[in-house]
Design a protein around this ligand. Sequence first.
Ligand SMILES: [Fe+2]
Ligand SMILES: [Fe+2]
Length: 187
Amino acid sequence: MCNPGNEEIIALFPQIARIGNPDWTEKICEAWRTVLRQSSWNSLAECCFYPPVPGVTLVHHINAVTNACIALAGTLMKDEGIDINMDVLIASAILHDLDKPLMFEEKDGKPGFSEFYEKYQHGFYGAMVAKELGFPDSVVTNIITHTAASAKLPSNFEGYILVYVDLIDMDWHRLGSGISVNLSKFK
Ligand SMILES: [Fe+2]
Ligand SMILES: [Fe+2]
């Protein structure tokens, strides 16, 4: 369990500073605190990304996804003329794996899967935390639909960007760890 302040969370997720709505900055920090207070982790920085991929932190993955979402959105706006809501995209990216500190826990000094992981479909609880804090449906549904576990497609194009970017970052780490890639589900 840990209870980080806004400064610590913003330092770990620096792209929060690009969000124009200050109310969302506070809500993002509160969303992470809500989950971390319920978790077994001693700090946000220590949370693991996925137990079969050792050595990669959740913060590293979320920052890689957020940075890639921003970069891809920039080219799509320029090349395709797509109108992208950057606040929705960045908030969705920073919050998409909000439930992971509850899905994983340290067991005998190594990250493993928790009872929460066995009971709850990925994406569901993080979305509920975001909804309780007052995020709009655009962000809440993007948290649910970012994962292949979702039965629904994203309700907005920012959610599509998040799905593809998250998949490629996951597959980069899965390739490195020799486990099956998500792309194989499409073949
Ligand atoms: Fe995820
Ligand atoms: Fe992710």
